[in-house]
Design a binder for this molecule. Structure first.
Ligand code: ADP
Length: 492
């Protein structure tokens, strides 16, 4: 299959969260299975890409769309990156979505409208790549949400099979790509698709809704989240729209990139380890304690957080549970960045407990690996969690996770008290601070029983969290999308 994987971020070039990891690993796995995969990604400022660079293809200006170029770069694993170069839109300070001050780029509608439009064109006869038209346009999250709509529009004028089938993956329903409804003019949304059956969402235009309404298939990143987002409690306002498209909605658990996240081969670690040879993990713990300025006490249980610091991730619950955690004599390290109040509260906690709590604010890939390797247990009390990667990394690194009973966390962690033989972590009974405290106390108790703890670690380290199975599920969804292409959605 010829697959265009359209995404606003892709590790290691540009990453703000799990989508960046998925955008690297899933295409590489699909390519390894013999498919022709190209990744469409904006060329942001400061991005370093090495590989064999092909001739740039001109995309002339048209209507609201500025002139751009598509630059193919052949990178490792047989993957071609198609960098969407448009300096006026993408070469500027800040991240993919926000400026250096953390505010949305004011022209995001145009920036990501163009991404969606170019993705769609790569799935039609007007493809800018000579001799290459995608069979599947796989659009990721709201920044690519316009692609399915543009493909549906192309299909009105072409035979059904002449355009690619579209698949939308929702990595996080909380981000909906909302813009003034008047942006529909700029984005060229046909009039009859501007209402509630189309892109309109509470008086605004939602790029995510465009994707949900017009994609031939929709996936999200865990089976449990696929169920949750069809309920008012977790649907973020989209539950009705998603229920209406339930027949096209599939939950596929993310994998982890075992080329990068394997404690036996991880070059970012000072010491490596694996099942049956855990000495390196103890050495990683001592290194981590030293690096974070904590006493190098092997007898103090070390809990850890690596996370965006937002309400979603339940960081306030960690703060609330901290006195209890500290009361057990344990230590806590936190690596993250995000909301200023949470950053300040964590720093204040570190000042109150200098022997027990250490916080590093910032984004640091190398330190994230060391934390996963060096900690004894990992905290992830998320309020909602589409899939979550860190709880899988931590299991692979012999660091049992403590997780809230939501989303992909439920699909990927087996509670040790519910199933002592197969358990890999601790699932909180509910989603508040008392539930987190209870789980921390359960973990601290089990840690004092080395034999049972080693079994828990071994169970997690043995789980096959790679991408092979999930990549097969995506291929099944691609085939369904091709079969059913154009068969549903709003009135055309
Ligand atoms: P989300 O995508 O919601 O942020 P995930 O758990 O799915 O959460 O993925 C987060 C990814 O980002 C993981 O690879 C994690 O290691 C990484 N990450 C998050 N915060 C940091 C940080 N401060 N430094 C380094 N890596 C981080």
């Amino acid at each position: 299959m010829k697959i265009l994987f359209a995404t606003p971020e892709c590790a290691p070039y540009v990453k703000t969260g799990g989508l960046g990891d998925v955008s690297a690993a899933l295409p590489a796995t699909l390519a390894g299975l013999g498919h022709d995969v190209r990744i469409l990604l904006p060329a942001y400022q400061g991005m370093k890409v090495s590989g064999e660079v092909g001739d740039g293809l001109d995309l002339p200006a048209s209507g609201p769309w500025p002139a751009a170029q598509l630059v193919p770069v052949r990178v490792e694993h047989g993957i071609t990156l198609l960098l969407l170069a448009c300096p006026g839109l993408y070469q500027r300070p800040g991240g993919p979505y926000v400026d250096a001050g953390g505010r949305d780029h004011p022209d995001n509608a145009l920036r990501f409208g163009l991404l969606g439009r170019v993705a769609a064109r790569l799935g039609t006869a007007q493809t800018p790549l000579p001799g290459w038209t995608a069979d599947i346009v796989h659009a990721n999250d709201w920044p690519c949400g316009m692609a399915p709509l543009y493909l549906a529009h192309e299909r009105l004028a072409a035979p059904r099979d002449a355009t690619a089938a579209s698949v939308l993956t929702i990595h996080n329903l909380a981000f909906q790509g909302l813009f003034p409804l008047a942006s529909a003019d700029l984005l060229g949304v046909p009039r009859r698709w501007r209402g509630i059956d189309g892109v309109e969402y509470w008086g605004q235009l939602s790029m995510l809704k465009a994707g949900v309404q017009f994609a031939d298939a929709i996936t999200t990143v865990s089976p449990n989240y696929a169920r949750e987002i069809q309920t008012p409690a977790h649907g973020a306002g989209f539950d009705g729209i998603l229920r209406a498209r339930a027949a096209r909605l599939h939950g596929i658990l993310n994998g982890i990139d075992t080329r990068l996240w394997d404690p036996q081969q991880d070059l970012l670690l000072p010491f490596r380890f694996g099942p049956g040879r855990m000495q390196g993990k103890a050495q990683c713990k001592a290194t981590l304690q030293a690096r974070m300025g904590l006493p190098a006490a092997s007898g103090a249980m070390l809990f850890a957080v690596v996370s965006r610091l937002t309400a979603q991730k339940g960081i306030d619950l960690v703060l609330a549970a901290l006195p209890r955690l500290a009361g057990t004599g344990a230590q806590l390290v936190v690596l993250g960045q995000g909301e200023p109040q949470l950053q300040q509260a964590l720093q204040a906690a570190a000042q109150r407990h200098p022997q027990q709590v250490a916080v590093t604010l910032g984004f640091d890939e190398g330190l994230a690996h060391l934390v996963e390797a060096g900690a004894d247990a990992f905290l992830m009390p998320s309020r909602f969690e589409p899939c979550g990667l860190n709880q899988m990394y931590s299991q692979a690194y012999g660091t049992p996770p403590i997780v809230a009973p939501v989303g992909g966390l439920l699909d990927s962690v087996i509670d040790v008290d519910a199933d002592p033989a197969r358990g890999t972590g601790f699932v909180m009974a509910g989603a508040d601070a008392a539930d987190l405290e209870d789980a921390i106390v359960r973990a601290a108790r089990l840690w004092r029983e080395p034999q049972r703890w080693r079994r828990l670690q071994a169970n997690g380290m043995a789980r096959p969290f790679g991408w092979q199975d999930s990549a097969q599920r995506y291929l099944e969804v691609y085939r369904l999308a091709l079969q059913e292409r154009g068969g549903s959605g709003p009135p055309r």
